[in-house]
Unconditional design. Sequence first.
Length: 66
Amino acid sequence: MEKTSYRFVINAIGKGGETYYTHCQDKYALKKWIKEHENDLIMDELKITDKNRHPLLKFFPFDKLK
């Protein structure tokens, strides 16, 4: 069995009230998933967590991934 690790965790709410919770391994897969689902998502409710980011950096405001 292969061990998989994911870098990005996506938590989003859809326009119809659906809840999306998924993982992506890299930035390219993340952008691809967002592009595929952007018509179904409320973009203001999109939360992306980078597991490789240092915990102290969460106190500094950064723009969301574009």
